[in-house]
Write a protein that binds this ligand. Sequence first.
Ligand SMILES: [Zn+2]
Length: 68
Amino acid sequence: MVTINASCANCGAALKAADDTPDDQMIVCAECGTEVGRYGDIRKAMIDKGRSEIEGAVADMIKRFNKR
Ligand SMILES: [Zn+2]
């Protein structure tokens, strides 16, 4: 498992993913079940941005998915 450098915007738990998680895999918070977003999008945010921006990006993703 790898810890994603972001926490769940809903409950604050650290987000984790398996090492071999495919980019299109939906990351779901293990604590509260909130769908965070696709691993590829989160991974890209981790590479491109600093931690505070990742937290914002994850929060935005959660908002977007929960609007459906
Ligand atoms: Zn959560």
